[in-house]
Design a protein around this ligand. Structure first.
Ligand SMILES: [Zn+2]
Length: 456
């Protein structure tokens, strides 16, 4: 640190005292602009050190003090060999021009400006999201030496734009593909009050919370069942690029203790079917149910909605279904795989979607404010697909979803009906699954030990 600073000042001093140096005029201007404050500071210092000055000086006698000025030429040559560079960072702002961005990056370089406007890679800078940082290295005259920006991130890799100046003083650009690194993160906590607050307190990212709700949507009713004292433990992928999180990936394992009952699930893909993985209980049963219990999005917005004045659930027998109070516009999902049989209006139901499922089952979604774009009769839908939005059309006293599950036309209680969407793993498949989960659980237990050790 100190030798570097000393070299720097030595070089600056030489520039100042050498009027033939390229930077002489520039430095002089810069120094004049700060000289006022330096003077004030200098006066204070002079006052402070006055007692140190020999008495002779105070009496006005001439004092001679030797000033040794070492020969700095070799060091200066060395410093000049690696020119002084400056690094600056900025992000794109709404309506930014090339000029505006370059100014914020302390770049004063018309050639670079022209290059960025014309180069097909470089132009990607202006399609970046506004929070994305761009960093630039310039020399001390503001000439661009290099510029880097992350263009995009996906699960496996990131794309980086690099603009650099070569030895022939020409600017060039390229897009580098950099593999991401995936690490595992674990979070755990207890629900004291609100589900989402507990998630925030534990530092669970938003996308991971949404996944957890989806994973358990066939088993736990988040609208109704979450209680004070419920506990959770989550392991999920944290995808990083150069030590920085670029996104959160898949939930790998969750444990959720809800009203004293423990739900554990693990994400598993059978060999050769990486994209077809699904969530299993630890004994190899599919967690995915044939029908979602709550075919309406559970979010921060809906979590406390309607609990005070509007009855959240009525007895399903009274009107053949259950009601979910939720704000107008909340997304409504297909409860299971099936084929849409009706989209439109019916007396009392208002806007309604009906879906036929395999094995004689059907579902109805009523009082909708609108239908999802493209939903029409005859269309196949997958479980979880958005089919419409909560409203209060038809005979409805407040915004809510009226949901019915029927078997051969006879209404069923959706909360009492539970069946897995697929048979459990067995034989060799179960053996492989057990091998995988044993390893996974060992690693999770290890993480828990580390986690606890860090807290205490
Ligand atoms: Zn109803």
């Amino acid at each position: 640190m100190w030798p570097k600073l000393r070299d720097f000042f030595a070089r600056e001093l030489l520039i100042l005292i050498d009027p033939t140096h390229d930077l002489h005029r520039r430095r002089k201007r810069q120094i004049i602009s700060v000289v006022g404050s330096v003077l004030t500071l200098g006066m204070v210092t002079a006052f402070g050190i006055a007692p140190m000055v020999p008495d002779a000086a105070l009496r006005g006698d001439r004092v001679q003090m030797p000033i040794a000025f070492p020969d700095l030429t070799p060091q200066i040559r060395q410093i000049d060999a690696h020119e002084q560079t400056f690094v600056s960072q900025a992000s794109l702002q709404r309506g930014d021009t090339v000029d505006g961005l370059l100014q914020r990056l302390s770049i004063n370089d018309p050639q670079a400006e022209r290059f960025i406007q014309a180069d097909r890679h470089a132009r990607a800078l202006f399609r970046l999201p506004s929070e994305q940082l761009i960093s630039a290295v310039t020399d001390d005259a503001g000439k661009l030496l290099s510029l880097t920006a992350m263009l995009s991130f996906d699960a496996e890799q990131s794309r980086e734009l690099k603009i650099s100046r070569n030895a022939q003083n020409r600017l060039g650009s390229r897009v580098n593909v950099l593999p991401n690194e995936t690490q595992w993160d674990m979070r755990s906590g207890t629900i004291d009050d609100k589900f989402f607050r507990a998630m925030d307190d534990a530092g669970v990212p938003e996308s991971v919370v949404a996944q957890m709700v989806r994973i358990f949507s066939g088993v736990v009713n988040f609208h109704k069942d979450v209680r004070r004292g419920d506990r959770f433990r989550l392991v999920f992928e944290n995808i990083q690029q150069q030590g920085r999180t670029v996104r959160y990936g898949r939930v790998l394992a969750v444990e959720f203790v809800n009203r004293g009952k423990t739900y554990q699930t693990v994400w598993y893909a059978e060999p050769g079917q990486a994209s077809n993985g699904t969530y299993y209980t630890f004994d190899g049963k599919h967690l995915r149910q044939a029908f979602l219990r709550t075919p309406v999005e559970f979010s921060r917005l809906t979590s406390g909605f309607g609990t005070r004045n509007h009855p959240l659930f009525q007895d399903w027998r009274q009107h053949n279904g259950v009601d979910f109070a939720a704000p107008v516009g909340t997304r409504v999902f297909a409860a299971g795989d099936g084929t849409v049989s009706f989209v439109g209006q019916q007396n009392g139901y208002g806007n309604i979607v009906m879906i036929k499922h395999a094995g004689g089952y059907s579902t109805r979604y009523a009082h909708l404010s609108g239908f999802a774009p493209g939903v029409r009769a005859g269309q196949r839908v997958a479980q979880g697909a958005v089919i419409g939005f909560v409203g209060q059309t038809g005979w409805a006293t407040g915004p809510h979803l009226h949901y019915e599950l029927r078997y051969r036309g006879q209404p069923l209680n959706p909360f009492a009906t539970s069946f897995a969407a697929a048979p459990p793993l067995d034989g060799k498949r179960l053996e492989r699954f057990n091998l995988y989960t044993t390893h996974l659980l060992k690693r999770i237990d290890l993480m828990r030990t580390v986690h606890i050790a860090q807290i205490s």
